[in-house]
Design a protein around this ligand. Sequence first.
Ligand SMILES: NC(=O)c1ccc[n+]([C@@H]2O[C@H](COP(=O)([O-])OP(=O)(O)OC[C@H]3O[C@@H](n4cnc5c(N)ncnc54)[C@H](OP(=O)(O)O)[C@@H]3O)[C@@H](O)[C@H]2O)c1
Length: 258
Amino acid sequence: MDLRIKGKIALVTASSGGMGRNIAHALAAEGANIALFARSAEKLAEVAAEIERSYGVRALPIVGDMTSTEDTARLASTLEREMGGTDIVILNTARPPNPIRTTIDENDPNRWKEAYDNQLLSVIQVVSAVLPGMTQRGWGRVVAVTSASVKQPMPHHSLSTVFRAGVTAYMKHLANEVGQHGITVNCVAPALIDTSHRNSAAAYSASQTEARKRLTPLGRLGTQEEISSVVTFLASVQAGFINGATVPVEGGMVGSLY
Ligand SMILES: NC(=O)c1ccc[n+]([C@@H]2O[C@H](COP(=O)([O-])OP(=O)(O)OC[C@H]3O[C@@H](n4cnc5c(N)ncnc54)[C@H](OP(=O)(O)O)[C@@H]3O)[C@@H](O)[C@H]2O)c1
């Protein structure tokens, strides 16, 4: 299927590694030109170079912090100046603070503040900076990476659940407002995506990994490609009538009907 995003401009935030990097690759493989945004200049330059080398599209690294009003304003002005704005925005973010804890032990206001900044404020900052330009273009796709915890809270994940639910609500409000400008707004809610091969902070012990596999009827973890492909489809022309939705990518872990 031709997703019809060849030549479009796609901003992927938190894209110097992990899921953001993989999503940037998947969009570039469909011919989109990519703007990358994260704090590590060196890693961003590497990702930009590998994307340009692999797909022959343009990849622009923009260094900055998603939680900073100054940096996100500069992100928007750089996008306008260098690429003429953006058509697609993928709102990937940092992880919640480590280590994970039970909710009753999650009593440090600094961790709550960090979780709010990294997962919810960051999304609001980027959207506030780039959406005005997108509405003028009359077409757009906004996709946020949230978590399956918005439907089924996972043990020790309240720092994620609380703010991913906030992102989900924010995205629903946004979908209601910007549809008139040809922009769809959706969330992808992952769980159990295998990140252990590249992120030691996310690595689980062998027994924890086995237990995680048993949480889905498929008996395995999901791959990076299995989430990147769903995000890429939601960014496509063909996904134009999916709006205000949350698409689960969790192998059937969530037990509810809806
Ligand atoms: N794996 C799963 O099953 C699963 C499930 C639910 C949700 N998620 C969520 O999916 C997201 C991606 O996960 P991941 O494993 O790919 O994370 P990761 O490997 O830790 O990568 C996080 C990215 O965020 C960037 N970043 C961090 N703080 C930033 C900031 N303030 N401004 C801009 N960029 C920032 C980092 O780059 P710099 O350090 O260069 O800034 C890095 O590129 C996370 O939010 C995670 O919680 C994952």
